[in-house]
Write a protein of this length. Structure first.
Length: 241
């Protein structure tokens, strides 16, 4: 009897574990070679994913902004987040996607529309302006999102996207859907995101001072702990009557 009960409990535990097991976590990679995604590509809405609509909306550098599934989300297996603008030399742009590793771009990672393999006119984007940025005349760089969560309906939250930059310049972020490594659709201008302003980063000297301060605090803590372990007590003077 006990043996049968134990087996049933073990089976129930296994079933519960299998049902509750989360889907594989999304993976982000970049900067990617855009030309590998644009070869043989097709374009136009409905969108695979989009930022807040009706849009496009514009946020300041470093603002976390929700990204939602679109009507064509089920027809793609990865998403490209394409950052575009007139990128000045020395600018560093960082893309965050919830808690995943951040992707860092420098001006050398950005290429022209022709070098990326984009056509001069893209369905839903064309020459439309987002945050003062026209897609065909801009420079582009991108990150790719794979292992996306399955079974989501339209307009469900995917993640919060954060774009930070060290030099204030106008940027736009467009969402493209990929299937087997090739673009098959994209969000329209209304589903794009504008980013403006800059997010200061600590100077190297400031970082060095901060690191030295932390190291000093750690050393003091270790010395106090060592003294306590060895039974050391403060010196006391004896008062003789």
């Amino acid at each position: 009897m006990k043996s049968n009960l134990a087996c049933r409990m073990a089976g129930a535990t296994l079933v519960t574990f299998l049902v509750a097991a989360p889907a594989s976590a999304t993976v982000i990679s970049g900067p990617v070679d855009l030309s590998t995604f644009t070869a043989g590509a097709s374009y136009g809405p409905p969108a695979p994913a989009h930022f807040t609509e009706p849009g496009p909306i514009t946020v300041t550098s470093g603002t976390a902004t929700p990204l939602f599934t679109g009507p064509n989300y089920a027809n793609v297996d990865s998403l490209l987040l394409v950052i575009s603008g007139a990128i000045p030399a020395g600018d560093t742009i960082v893309l965050g996607y919830d808690g995943l590793n951040k992707i860092t771009f420098t001006s050398s990672n950005f290429v022209s529309t022709a070098a990326a393999g984009f056509p001069s006119i893209i369905g839903g984007i064309a020459n439309g302006v987002v945050n003062g940025v026209v897609f065909p005349t801009s420079l582009h760089a991108a990150a790719d999102l794979t292992d996306l969560p399955a079974g989501l309906s339209t307009d469900q939250l995917l993640a919060n996207v954060q774009i930070s930059q060290t030099i204030a310049t106008n940027l736009r972020v467009d969402v493209f859907g990929d299937l087997n490594g090739t673009i098959v659709n994209n969000a329209a201008n209304s589903g794009a995101l504008g980013v403006t302003g800059s997010t200061p980063v600590p100077e190297p000297a400031t970082l060095a001072l901060f690191g030295a301060a932390l190291a000093g605090l750690g050393l003091v803590k270790r010395r106090r702990k060592s003294a306590s372990t060895n039974g050391a007590t403060p010196n006391r003077s004896n008062n003789l009557a």
